[in-house]
Design a protein around this ligand. Structure first.
Ligand SMILES: [Zn+2]
Length: 321
């Protein structure tokens, strides 16, 4: 007997029960029909305990678009990318981008990693409020790299969004984007945003390099490739660890199962691929959880190496038991 006929029998048994109570059934249908459709929805913040820290991921926004090819798998045939998506139960030609800043409460500082899209597209301050924080409470804003979806929320109407914060970012990242020569050509759009959103805050900024502490328990790691000075941040509290990897990998299937595939937004394609594999090897060896800015919300998971390659394993109750 197949599973299909087993489950079909169960459905028929259920139908018989329902038919035995026709009055209740019609009442339930008419009540349900009056509830308005409210649109697809998911939570906007997710908090875990990590040792003595609390780590909150916040959904700043999401956008559906065509893809993932040719943004991901830029050097591959469209069919190869579509086939990988279908193998993973995803639509072949549509994808979604999410943007996930992170707040870490160390117990003595409130540290925000990246600031979302800003403007009308971003909702970080609303999500912070939902999570119980105000912009005034943020002590330190850490910027993984200076692409617009990470620095867009630094300013609101020309003023700092986080009025009491100091800032931390990579020295090489700031040096690259603040160069006068970047204001024309392919870097123009981002460099202009850096001029309006980052440069005015430079006197409150600490510029760091590889293996530099932001505060006790939070260490910057050089993960360049996506951008010239991209940084990730390793958290450790009471023996628990987590890596905030920013944009090391930006599609949970394409970039993780095929780390060598070129990604349009990686400024140095080969270096970004090498960085991905180095970071995947590091976190998988010690089963370190990861939060990634563009991973599916709540954007916390692990790199699984069973079966030879890499894959994304979403976290579930590891932090609550
Ligand atoms: Zn990004």
């Amino acid at each position: 007997m197949s599973h299909f006929s087993l489950s079909r029998r169960a459905v028929l048994a259920g139908a018989a029960t329902t038919l035995a109570a026709p009055a209740i059934l019609s009442q339930a249908v008419s009540v349900r029909a009056e509830a308005p459709l409210t649109g697809a929805s998911s939570g906007s913040f997710n908090r875990i305990k990590l040792g003595d820290f609390e780590v909150t991921t916040l959904l700043d926004g999401h956008r559906a678009s065509d893809g993932p090819h040719p943004i991901f798998g830029q050097n591959q045939e469209a069919d190869a990318v579509a086939a990988l998506m279908e193998e993973n139960f995803l639509p072949p030609n549509r994808t979604e981008f999410v943007f996930t800043p992170v707040v870490v409460n160390t117990g003595s500082e409130l540290v925000l990693f990246d600031t979302g899209l800003g403007g009308d597209a971003g909702s970080l301050t609303q999500q912070l409020a939902a999570a119980g924080y105000s912009p005034e409470q943020i002590d330190i804003v850490v910027i993984t790299h200076m692409h617009p979806d990470h620095i867009g929320g630094l300013m609101t109407g020309g003023n700092p969004t986080f009025p009491n914060a100091r800032y931390v970012t990579g020295q090489s990242e700031y040096d690259f984007w603040s160069g006068e020569d970047k204001l024309t050509g392919p870097t123009e759009r981002v460099a202009k945003l850096v001029q309006s959103n980052v440069t005015p805050l430079a006197d409150k900024m600490t510029f760091i390099g590889d293996d530099t502490d932001v505060v006790t328990g939070i260490t910057g790691i050089d993960t360049a490739g996506h951008t010239p000075g991209h940084m990730s941040f390793h958290l450790e509290s009471a023996g628990q660890r987590l890596l905030i990897w920013g944009d090391v990998a930006n599609h949970f299937v394409a970039s993780i199962q095929r780390p060598d595939w070129h990604v349009r937004f990686d400024m140095d394609k080969e270096k970004a691929a090498a960085t991905r594999k180095r970071v995947f090897d590091m976190v998988s060896a010690d089963k370190i959880p990861v939060t990634g800015y563009h991973m599916p919300f709540p954007a916390i998971g692990y790199i699984d190496t069973r079966g030879g390659g890499y894959s994304w394993l979403p976290a579930t109750y590891q932090f609550s038991v």
